[in-house]
Design a protein around this ligand. Structure first.
Ligand code: NAG
Ligand code: NAG
Ligand code: NAG
Ligand code: NAG
Ligand code: NAG
Ligand code: NAG
Length: 416
């Protein structure tokens, strides 16, 4: 007996002394912390040519971001020194009178102001350094119900950075931004050849968790907008899709008291190829990367939708991601949240490559490539929010903005 115990003990010592190969959890260039968000919960980030930085805080994904008319919440801010933020372009523009939600309708709806921000999901600087604010027009009520938008709410607003003032507002008709659309992210091509008016074009993903997904195209000259690839499988979430982040399977809570679903979020990440000729996107509720020639999206003739559908390309699996970005190498960056990582897809060899990996990475929400050759990205713990099972808020402040140096001297693309 004594001998047996002795052998067992010696064996245990031997086992614990044995070094096994272990995942280091890190890869690629170091990721540098750039800003800590101690106040409201962020999604977007965009970096101006002179380094000014802007973020947004959607009330459609965090009810604590919802402006109720008294709490001075902001949905867009400029990031300032020492991890502070200021409402942008002004506190007033972020404060719709009476709040973001109109409780005089039944059910409650998003307020209908076209001259105030309601619920912003993305901020993106175009190649002329104009700040475009993408307003979903939607917000969560205190019990976590995502209200439908009203005409006036869903819009694209351009702000001039020198005067901090609004210079253009494009309101989407309800036939383009449906009341249950969720305008998620936007990319700009200002090449005069892209439209008849020569003022450029914007492409927007509709990630609606209610499932009416598609791509919206906007002529920045006329303000006209239209949809393509509406409701096709490639813009929607995959049935039964269950991503894991930090070892936890994610099931979605569609609203208060509603049964769980799998992740219902459709086309979300969006990026243009560096020549502007191809548009990439991917649903959050799926791992595939898709693309279509932008010419097919800009076309509006009788056959344009059929031709656009026929031109969709499946680029293979990219991992689970939210926002995308493209650099001058024509690499398309996307989060790979199940690997605590960011990868890029290289159209030249049709493969994805690991870019960075770090245990601090969880939900990589939005990316922005700046003129300094760095990829800036927000890591916001969305996967730990009350929108996912078990419904308790497990996020821990602060939320983070990181940056990492791009490979191959990559830098920001400018489609002008
Ligand atoms: C709500 O937001 C404030 C900052 O605006 C923050 O201090 C507070 O912790 C937030 N509450 C929750 C539950 O997230
Ligand atoms: C930032 O914080 C540091 C340390 O608290 C302080 O010394 C510095 O004055 C602050 N800078 C500004 C511009 O507030
Ligand atoms: C609220 O809804 C009512 C009824 O549709 C409408 O008359 C009013 O303009 C709306 N107000 C806002 C701020 O959305
Ligand atoms: C949530 O709040 C909205 C707006 O006040 C209300 O119409 C709805 O009935 C509430 N839903 C639940 C499940 O409590
Ligand atoms: C594809 O191209 C990228 C960028 O040059 C490279 O890093 C990667 O190794 C390539 N992938 C394969 C499988 O060769
Ligand atoms: C990046 O730029 C440096 C300096 O111009 C140059 O020496 C180097 O070869 C470049 N690297 C690549 C991968 O292009």
């Amino acid at each position: 007996m004594k001998t047996l115990l002795g052998i067992a003990a010696a064996f245990a010592t031997l086992l614990s002394a044995q070094q096994l190969v272990t995942d280091s959890g890190t890869a690629g260039p170091p990721i540098e912390l750039f800003h800590l968000y101690y106040d409201q919960w962020p999604t977007g980030i965009t970096v101006a040519k002179n380094g000014r930085k802007f973020s947004n805080y959607p009330p459609g994904l965090d009810k604590n971001n919802t402006n109720d008319g008294t709490n001075n919440k902001y949905t867009v801010a400029e990031l300032l020194v020492n991890n502070t933020e200021r409402a942008y372009p002004s506190a007033e523009f972020n404060n719709p009178p009476g709040g973001a939600i109109n409780y005089s309708t039944y059910p409650a709806t998003g307020a209908n102001y076209n001259n105030y921000l309601i619920g912003v999901q993305s901020v993106v600087l175009d190649p002329l350094d104009r700040l475009w604010i993408l307003d979903t027009g939607r917000a969560l009520t205190p019990n976590g119900t995502l209200v439908a938008s009203s005409y006036g709410g869903p819009k694209l607003v351009a702000v001039d950075l020198t005067s901090d003032s609004v210079i253009q507002t494009i309101v989407f008709p309800p036939t383009v931004a449906y009341p249950d659309s969720y305008l998620n992210d936007v990319r700009f091509d200002l090449r005069p050849s892209s439209t008849a008016t020569g003022k450029g074009v914007a492409y927007i993903t509709d990630s609606s968790s209610e499932g009416r997904n598609g791509i919206i195209i906007v002529d920045l000259g006329t303000g006209e907008s239209w949809r393509h690839l509406d409701g096709i499988a490639e813009v929607r979430s995959e049935r039964g899709f269950v991503p894991y982040v930090w070892g936890t399977p994610l099931y979605y809570i569609p609203g208060p008291g509603l049964p769980l679903s799998t992740v219902p979020l459709g086309a979300d990440g969006i990026a243009l190829s560096s020549d502007g000729e191809e548009l990439f996107w991917g649903p959050v509720g799926g791992r595939y990367l898709y693309s279509v020639p932008t010419l097919r999206l800009r076309a509006r003739d009788q056959y344009s939708e059929l031709l656009a559908q026929a031109a969709v390309v499946n680029r293979g699996q990219r991992g689970v991601s939210d926002g995308f970005e493209t650099d001058t190498n024509n690499f398309v960056y996307a989060g790979n949240m199940e690997q605590n990582a960011i990868s890029f897809y290289n159209p030249a060899n049709a493969t994805t490559t690991l870019f960075v990996r770090d245990p601090r990475i969880n939900w990589v929400d939005t990316m922005s490539i700046a003129n300094d050759g760095y990829l800036y990205f927000t890591v916001n713990q969305l996967c730990f929010s009350s929108g996912f099972f078990p419904g308790t808020d497990r996020r821990v402040r602060p939320f983070a903005l990181f940056r990492a140096k791009l490979p191959g001297n990559g830098t920001r693309v400018s489609l002008t």
